[in-house]
Design a protein around this ligand. Structure first.
Ligand SMILES: [Zn+2]
Ligand SMILES: [Zn+2]
Length: 929
C-alpha cells in the first residue's frame, strides 16, 4: 500500500479525527466471527444517562480499551459492549430540578407525563457520554449499544423478577427500611452514607408502674422516639435488674405502660446503665428485638419525617402534647419532648455524644429508619454460591487485597430492598385486584398526606406504602387483565419501580440477549474481565455475581479488576468546589488523547488512590512527539537497498536493538497478563525513549549518513522492521499515533488494530550484543561526564583514550570504536596505560574502564577546579543527608521497602560520583602546578 509522508509536526487532533472515523466506517470494533478463536468479552460499567465523561470514566475506559485492543490483536474474538444506565433516582432528580425551575413538581405533571418528560430529556441530551467515549478511542462495538431500559433489557428484568418471586427469593413485606424524606423513597443499606456527627445523649427516668419512686435510667440520642417505645430491655444475667424482669414501667409523657424484658443480644451490661429502650418502628436493632419478643410497632413519623397525628394517638401521648407535636419535624419535636421531660423532672442529664448519622447518598438528607411495606430480594441463598465462586477462584478479584472486602460483606449480607417510591425506572411487574384486596388498600396506589407547611393542601403521594403487606399481588411477565382469584378486571400495577441496580445486576446477561439463547450469549457468556472502581463493588459487582450464577449457573465474568480512584496531584479528591477537577476532554484537546491514555495507564498500579499531576500528561505528550520525530527520521532515511538477513546476522546495533525489543515484548505482555498497566507503560517508555531513540537511532546514523556504507541496507531494514513492531506493541495504549505511523510505513491490511500483537522470538535475544552495548554505554557516559567536568561544548571534538582491565572487553572495544567515535564526535585511542600521554590528561575510572580525556592548554583550569569543588560540596552534603536518613530507625520503620532501596542505591551512586570528582580535582590541581 502507498505510504503517505508524516506531517512535519505531530497534530493529535487531526490524527485522532482521521482514525476515529476510519475505524467506525470500517466497523473494525465488531467481533470477527472466526469460530476457532477464543472469545474475549468486556461489558462496560454503564455510565449514567445524566453523565458526561469525568477522569474516572476516562481511566476505566482506557484500561478496558487497552485490554480489548490487546486481545483483538492476539487474534481472539473480541467484543466490548457499551451502554448507559437509566440511573433511577439520579435521573429523576435532574428532571425534577428542571421542573422546579419552571415552578412545577412531578405531581403537577402526573406520572405518565413525567415519565414522558424524562424520556424526552434523555433523547435531547442524547448520549453525550457515548460521543466522549468514542473520542477517547474506546473500541466498543457501537452497533451493540444498550440502555438499561431498552426493550430487551426490560424483558430480562421482568423474567428475573417473576422467576425469583416464584421461587420465594423475592417477597413483599413490612420491614424497617432506610427512608429519604426528601427523595420520598426507600433506599438500600449501601445507599446510606454514614457521617460522624455531634449529638447529645439524654438520660431519662422511666418510673416503675407499681412503685413510681423506683426509676430506671435510659440513655438515648433520640428522645422524641421514646413516645414509640414498646418495651425496655435489660440483660437476663444482670443482678441489678433481674428481679424487675416482667414488671412494667410507665412510659414518660404517655398514658402507656410497657414491659421490662430480658434480651442478651440487644443489651450490653457494661454500656451505660444497662437498660435500653426498644422502639421497633424507628431503629434497626430495636426492630429485630421487637421481632424476637413480638412487640408492637408504633410508627410516629409520616413520609416527610414529621410527627403524624395517628401515630401520636396510637402511642397514647398526653393529649396536650399530641397537639403541640403534630406535623413537627424531628428537631422541633425533640426540643418539645426534652422541655417536657425537664418540666416533669424526668431528665437526669444531657451529655455530648459523637454518633454516626446516615445520609441519603443522592441528596445528603438525613435518612430515617422507616416502617413500610416494600419488596425485597432474599439474599442469603444467592450469596452462598457467589461467595464460593470467589473462594474457589472461579472468579478472581484483583488486586487480591479487595477479595476480603467482598467476602466480608457477602458473609454478612442483609436482604436487599429493591422497591423505590419514584417514577423513573422499571415499574414492578406486580398487580393488585381492587375487589380481592379492598381491605388492604388505603387508596389505589395514591393517597394524600397533610404536612405542616400547608395542612389544608395535602400532598398527593403515589407509592406502594399505601398497599398493605397483606395484599395479594399478581406477579406476571405480561400485564394481566383478569384477576385469577375472582375473575374481575379491576386491576392496577404496583406503583413502585425497581432499584436501578436491579437492572444493572443483569448487565452481563441482558446485554448479550438473555433470556434468549442468542448467538452472542452462547459465544461471549461468561464474559472475561470486569474493569471497575472499588466504589461499586457491592452495589454492582457482588449483585452481578449473585444474579449471574443464579440465572445461568455460570459466573458472569472470570476476572474482576479493580482500579484506584483518581485524585489530584496532592492526593485530594477532585471536586468542583475545590476547583481541582481535571477534565479529561480539555486535557485530550490540549495534549492529545494518546498522552492522556498513557498517563492514566501509567498510574494504574495496585492501590487505593492515584495522584494525577498535569505535568505527567505533558510529559507523555513529549513522549508522543519523540515517537513522531523518530518515525519521521526513519521515513526520511529508509529509502534504498535493504536486506533479508535475519537479525542475528546483522551488525552490532541491529542485533542489540532486536534483543532489547524482545525484552520489551516480554515485559509488556507479562504486565498486561497480570493487569499491571503501570509496568506495561513503564517498559514501553523506557525501551522506546531511552534505548530506541536515545541510543539505537544514534548508533544507526553513521551508516545512513555515509555514502555506500556497507551496513546501510541492514540499518534501513532494522529501522523499518523494529519500528513497525514497536507501533504494534504500543498500539493498545496509544491507538491513534500508532495507526497514523503504521499507515505511513509500508504495510498490508486495513488497520494496525487487526495486526498481530508482537510475540517473542528466542533467536532475537543476544547476550553478547547486550554486553557490548553495556561497554559502549559505559565509555560514552564516562566520556560525557569528563566533557561536562571540563566545560567542553558538545560540538567540540575530543581526543579520548580508553583502556580496560578485562581482556575480552579489549576485543569488543575494537569493534565498537567506530560507533563510539560517531556518538561522541571524537577520536578514540584504544591503548595500554603505558601508551597514554604522561600529562594533561584527565583520567576517569569506571569499573574496569579507564577513560582519559586530553586537556587542552587553552582550558581555564582555575575555573574548572572551582566548578568541580562546588559539585563536590553539593554531592557531599546530599550524601551525608541521605546516609543519615537511611540509617535512621524511624525512616526504616515507616518508609516503604522500595523507597528505602531507592535511597540506598542513590547513596551508592553518590559515593561513586564523589570518588570520581575527588580524583578529578586532584588530577586537575596537579596540572595547574
Ligand atoms: Zn434523598
Ligand atoms: Zn380479584
Amino acid at each position: 500500500m502507498s505510504s503517505p509522508q508524516l506531517d512535519k509536526t505531530y497534530n493529535p487532533t487531526a490524527v485522532e479525527q482521521r482514525w476515529g472515523s476510519y475505524w467506525a466506517e470500517q466497523k473494525l470494533f465488531q467481533p470477527r466471527q472466526t469460530e476457532k478463536s477464543e472469545a474475549y468479552c468486556l461489558v462496560i460499567p454503564p455510565p449514567n444517562v445524566t453523565g458526561s465523561l469525568h477522569i474516572g470514566h476516562a481511566l476505566n475506559s482506557t484500561l478496558q480499551d487497552i485490554l480489548i485492543r490487546w486481545k483483538r490483536m492476539q487474534g481472539l474474538q473480541t467484543l466490548w459492549i457499551p451502554g448507559t444506565d437509566h440511573a433511577g433516582i439520579a435521573t429523576q432528580n435532574v428532571v425534577e430540578r428542571q421542573l422546579k425551575a419552571e415552578g412545577l413538581s412531578r405531581e403537577d405533571l402526573g406520572r405518565q407525563a413525567f415519565i414522558e418528560r424524562v424520556w424526552k430529556w434523555r433523547h435531547q441530551s442524547g448520549d453525550t457520554i457515548i460521543g466522549q467515549l468514542k473520542k477517547l478511542g474506546a473500541s466498543c462495538d457501537w452497533d451493540r449499544l444498550r440502555f438499561t431500559m431498552d426493550d430487551g433489557l426490560s424483558l430480562a428484568v421482568r423474567e428475573v423478577f417473576v422467576r425469583l418471586y416464584q421461587e420465594g427469593l423475592i417477597y413483599r413485606g413490612e420491614r424497617l427500611i432506610n427512608w429519604c424524606p426528601r427523595c420520598l423513597t426507600a433506599i438500600s443499606d449501601i445507599e446510606v452514607e454514614h457521617e460522624e456527627s455531634k449529638g447529645t445523649l439524654y438520660h431519662i427516668r422511666y418510673p416503675l408502674t407499681d412503685n413510681p419512686e423506683t426509676r430506671l435510667t435510659v440513655a438515648t440520642t433520640r428522645p422524641e422516639t421514646l413516645l414509640g417505645d414498646t418495651a425496655v430491655a435489660v440483660h437476663p444475667e444482670d443482678p441489678r435488674y433481674q428481679h424487675l424482669i416482667g414488671k412494667q414501667v410507665t412510659l414518660p409523657l404517655t398514658t402507656r405502660t410497657i414491659p421490662i424484658i430480658a434480651d442478651s443480644i440487644l443489651v450490653d451490661r457494661e454500656f451505660g446503665t444497662g437498660v435500653v429502650k426498644i422502639t421497633p418502628a424507628h431503629d434497626f436493632n430495636d426492630f429485630e428485638a421487637g421481632e424476637r419478643h413480638q412487640l408492637p410497632r408504633i410508627s410516629l413519623l409520616n413520609h416527610h419525617a414529621q410527627m403524624r397525628p395517628d401515630g401520636l394517638q396510637e402511642a397514647q401521648v398526653d393529649q396536650q402534647l399530641q397537639e403541640s407535636l403534630q406535623y413537627k419535624s424531628i428537631q422541633e419535636a425533640r426540643l418539645i419532648v426534652v422541655e417536657m421531660l425537664k418540666e416533669r423532672d424526668l431528665l437526669i442529664k444531657e451529655e455530648d455524644h459523637t454518633m454516626a448519622l446516615g445520609k441519603c447518598y443522592r441528596c445528603k438528607t438525613v435518612v430515617e429508619p422507616y416502617l413500610s411495606p416494600q419488596w425485597f430480594v432474599k439474599t442469603a441463598p444467592l450469596a452462598a454460591p457467589a461467595i464460593e465462586a470467589v473462594e474457589t477462584g472461579n472468579i478472581r478479584i484483583l488486586p487480591e487485597a479487595w477479595k476480603n472486602n467482598y467476602l466480608g460483606w457477602m458473609r454478612n449480607i442483609k436482604d436487599w430492598c429493591i422497591s423505590r417510591q419514584i417514577w423513573w425506572g422499571h415499574q414492578i411487574p406486580a398487580w393488585y385486584c381492587r375487589t380481592c384486596n379492598k381491605d388492604h388498600l388505603v387508596e389505589t396506589g395514591s393517597t394524600v398526606e397533610r404536612t405542616a407547611e400547608d395542612p389544608d393542601k395535602p400532598t398527593a403521594l403515589t407509592m406502594s406504602c399505601f398497599i398493605s403487606s397483606d395484599a395479594q399481588p399478581i406477579v406476571a411477565k405480561t400485564d394481566p387483565t383478569i384477576c385469577p382469584q375472582c375473575g374481575g378486571s379491576d386491576l392496577f400495577q404496583d406503583p413502585d419501580v425497581l432499584d436501578t441496580w436491579f437492572s444493572s445486576a443483569l448487565w452481563p446477561l441482558s446485554t448479550l440477549g438473555w433470556p434468549e439463547q442468542t448467538q452472542d450469549f452462547k459465544t461471549f457468556y461468561p464474559t472475561s474481565t470486569l474493569v471497575t472502581g472499588l466504589d461499586i463493588l457491592f452495589f454492582w459487582v457482588a449483585r452481578m455475581i449473585m444474579m449471574g450464577i443464579k440465572l445461568t449457573g455460570q459466573v458472569p465474568f472470570k476476572d474482576v479488576y479493580i482500579h484506584a480512584l483518581v485524585r489530584d496531584a496532592k492526593g485530594q479528591k477532585m471536586s468542583k468546589s475545590k476547583g481541582n477537577v481535571i477534565d479529561p476532554l480539555t486535557k485530550m484537546s490540549q495534549y492529545g488523547t494518546d498522552a492522556l491514555r498513557f498517563t492514566l495507564a501509567s498510574m494504574a498500579s495496585p492501590g487505593r488512590d492515584m495522584k494525577l499531576a498535569e505535568e505527567r500528561i505533558e510529559g507523555y505528550r513529549n513522549f508522543a512527539t519523540k515517537i513522531w520525530n523518530a518515525a519521521r527520521f526513519i521515513q526520511l532515511h529508509a529509502d534504498g537497498a535493504k536486506t533479508s538477513a535475519p537479525p542475528a546476522s546483522r551488525p552490532f546495533p541491529d542485533r542489540w536493538i532486536f534483543s532489547r525489543l524482545n525484552h520489551a515484548i516480554r515485559e509488556v505482555t507479562k504486565a498486561l497478563d497480570t493487569y499491571r498497566f503501570d509496568q506495561a507503560t513503564s517498559a514501553l517508555y523506557q525501551f522506546i525513549w531511552h534505548e530506541y531513540c536515545d541510543w539505537f537511532i544514534e548508533l544507526a546514523k553513521p551508516s545512513l549518513q555515509q555514502d555506500n556504507h556497507p551496513d546501510a541496507p541492514f540499518t534501513r531494514q532494522t529501522l523499518l522492521e523494529s519500528f513497525e513492531i514497536i507501533q504494534r506493541l504500543l498500539h493498545p495504549v496509544m491507538p491513534f499515533i500508532t495507526e497514523e505511523i503504521w499507515q505511513s510505513f509500508p504495510h498490508e491490511g486495513l488497520s494496525i488494530m487487526t495486526q498481530p500483537f508482537p510475540t517473542e522470538h528466542p533467536d532475537w535475544t543476544n547476550n553478547q550484543a547486550e554486553d557490548e552495548y553495556a561497554l559502549l554505554q559505559a565509555v560514552v557516559t564516562t566520556a560525557r561526564t569528563g566533557r561536562s567536568l571540563l566545560n567542553i561544548p558538545a560540538n567540540h571534538p575530543l581526543t579520548i583514550w580508553c583502556t580496560t582491565t578485562k581482556d575480552n572487553e579489549t576485543a569488543s572495544l575494537n569493534d565498537l570504536q567506530p560507533y563510539i567515535e560517531s556518538i561522541l564526535r571524537s577520536t578514540l585511542h584504544l591503548a595500554n596505560n603505558t601508551d597514554w600521554p604522561s600529562s594533561h590528561i584527565l583520567q576517569l575510572i569506571s569499573g574496569n574502564l579507564t577513560v582519559g580525556i586530553s586537556v587542552e592548554s587553552n582550558l581555564d583550569l582555575q575555573q574548572v577546579i572551582k566548578k568541580v569543588n562546588k559539585q563536590l560540596e553539593a554531592k557531599r552534603k546530599e550524601c551525608t543527608r541521605l546516609q543519615d536518613r537511611v540509617a535512621s530507625p524511624a525512616f526504616r520503620e515507616k518508609a516503604e521497602a522500595s523507597v528505602i532501596q531507592e535511597s540506598e542505591e542513590r547513596v551508592a551512586s553518590l559515593k561513586q560520583e564523589l570518588m570520581l570528582l575527588t580524583s578529578s580535582e586532584q588530577q586537575l590541581a596537579t596540572m595547574l602546578t
